[in-house]
Design a protein around this ligand. Structure first.
Ligand code: CTP
Ligand code: MN
Ligand code: MN
Length: 498
């Protein structure tokens, strides 16, 4: 409010502003200064009183706010609302206008001339708060924005979470299952070990239940809830059955409901028809449930490499899956095989299978022909199988081919073992998407897709990336291109162990 005596007391009587103004108006003395008085907060009568006063001293006071105004004077101390109002007036260049507190006006009246504008007179726009720089260790809710190596500093928690996740998966509670997998993934990304739950309060994806489990483990060294599940007969049986190649949770559940509790129960049960994959799964159970080493993976790579180069000199072969992420052991070995000549990849897998069979190395093969349709949009789902030609194999791996020898069970004197191998064969122009999709981890892939859809309005899968806003497919020849399209920092394969 204005208290300075210079402008005198407020007029007691309401005088007609126009008349008063006109009657007392002086010839304009200061042509460069064109004042506009903001009525908001000031009030109508006070505004007309100040207008008359200024005009009587030779100032130009405009009745309307237009581009000719140079000095806007306001009694509104709420600069944000004043500026919001000003911005709504559609002036050509608001930055050319001085927005001033009434103190500039009263100073000018006292001096009888426009006083130079000082900082204290300015009513400044409150700039939108600059986005807070993320604290250095802020952890993203998206696995594709975290760097997760194979070094897990929180295994005691993540192992427990995995038991719970599997338990919920067996009970068809997918939401809870995912919650525990997400929580485990966040903890895996930490370069430090959690020592108290308070340290995790700024982390995403950790809820009441996961925190309670962590507390239990921190206090007692174990979780009773997890132990209960581990000793639960149904859970144990389902876990045993699903460890067989070709047996999913549904089949395991079916067998359990029939009262079957062990492999010998299943194999002795008269009514049970095992499919080809399950038969091989039982036949090679010991071998394929034992981890594959990096040296074994390399030896398998050599076998596949030799086979594809018999077929075409333009072959492209890449190790993918867990071994590409730097894991020392895997449950299988994953490869992408294609050729530089677009279209020639169609017969590639069939030919490779044929060669492996002739070499006597093929113990099992399930070939799935391509159903890839180039015109189709990528899947909306966060977890969806791709449509490229692929095969799930069990190969015979000779000990002599493996540097340092085979991973063998105790007492096993054979000179070979069975190894699970996956091959996928995309057209070469889909190579980058396939490589990104098959490198995993599953949680990393899931979050790449979720990030693309939720944060970028894009659809990503193993085939393509589609921009829904631009309505176009985005091309990529490297994984880096895809991260760039998504506006994501590049994450190295060995940092994708989410
Ligand atoms: N994958 C896929 N489509 C399939 C099979 C696998 O897209 N039909 C992808 C998975 O999403 C995963 C990657 O291929 O990211 C590797 O799958 P898998 O071998 O099951 O897992 P790994 O991460 O390699 O783990 P492991 O070391 O145990 O083999
Ligand atoms: Mn794998
Ligand atoms: Mn695999």
């Amino acid at each position: 409010m204005l208290h300075a005596p210079v402008v005198g007391p407020r007029p007691k009587k309401r005088s007609k502003p126009e008349e008063a103004g006109v009657s007392r108006r002086q010839e304009a003395k200061f042509k460069d200064v064109r004042i506009f008085l903001v009525e908001r907060k000031m009030g109508r009568s006070r505004r007309s009183f100040l207008t008359q006063l200024a005009r009587s001293k030779g100032f130009i006071v405009e009745d309307a706010l237009s581009d000719t105004v140079t000095h806007v004077v306001s009694e509104d101390s709420q600069s944000s609302s004043l500026w919001a109002w000003l911005k709504g007036r559609s002036l050509t260049d608001l930055s050319a206008v001085k927005v001033l507190d009434v103190s500039w006006f009263t100073d000018s009246m006292r001096e009888g001339r426009p006083v130079p504008v000082e900082t204290k007179h300015l009513i400044q726009d409150i700039l939108p708060e600059a986005p807070k720089p993320a604290p250095v260790n802020k952890v993203s809710q998206y696995a594709c924005q975290r760097r997760t190596t194979t070094e897990n500093n929180n295994r005691i928690f993540t192992d427990a979470f995995e038991v719970l996740a599997e338990h919920y998966e067996f009970n068809d509670l997918q939401g809870r299952c995912l919650a525990f997998r997400r929580a485990a993934s966040v903890l895996k990304s930490l370069p430090w070990a959690v020592r108290c739950v308070e340290a995790t309060q700024d982390l995403p994806c950790l809820g009441e239940h996961t925190t309670a489990i962590m507390k239990e483990i921190l206090q007692h060294g174990r979780s009773f809830e997890v132990e209960k599940i581990l000793s639960d007969e149904r859970c144990r049986t389902l876990k045993l059955f699903t460890s067989v190649f070709g047996v999913g949770p549904k089949t395991a559940e079916k067998w359990h409901r029939r009262g079957l509790r062990s492999f010998s129960d299943v194999l002795a049960e008269p009514g049970i028809q095992l499919n080809r994959m399950q038969q091989s799964g039982f036949l090679h159970y010991g071998d394929i449930s034992r981890a594959v080493s990096r040296a074994e993976a390399r030896a398998v790579g050599n076998i596949i490499d030799e086979a594809v180069h018999v077929i075409t000199p333009n072959a492209i072969l890449a190790l993918t899956g867990g071994f590409r992420r730097g894991k020392e052991f895997g449950h299988d070995v994953d490869f992408i095989v294609t050729t530089a000549e677009l279209g020639k990849e169609k017969s590639l897998l069939i030919n490779i299978i044929d060669i492996l069979k002739k070499q006597g190395l093929l113990l099992f093969s399930d070939y799935q022909a391509s159903t890839f349709d180039i015109s189709k949009l990528p899947s909306h789902r966060f977890e969806a199988m791709d449509h490229f030609a692929k095969c799930f194999l069990i190969l015979r791996l000779e000990a002599s081919l493996v540097e340092g020898g085979l991973q063998r069970a105790e007492g096993d004197s054979r000179d070979w073992r069975a190894v699970r191998v996956d091959l996928v064969s995309p057209p070469v122009d889909r190579y980058a998407y396939t490589l990104l999709g098959w490198t995993g981890s599953r949680m990393f892939e899931r979050d790449l897709r979720r990030f693309a859809r939720m944060e970028r309005q894009m659809l990503l899968d193993n085939h393509a990336l589609y921009d829904k806003t631009k309505k176009e497919f985005l091309t990529a020849t490297t994984e880096k291109d895809i991260f760039d399209h998504l506006g994501l920092e590049y994450i190295e394969p060995w940092q994708r162990n989410a």
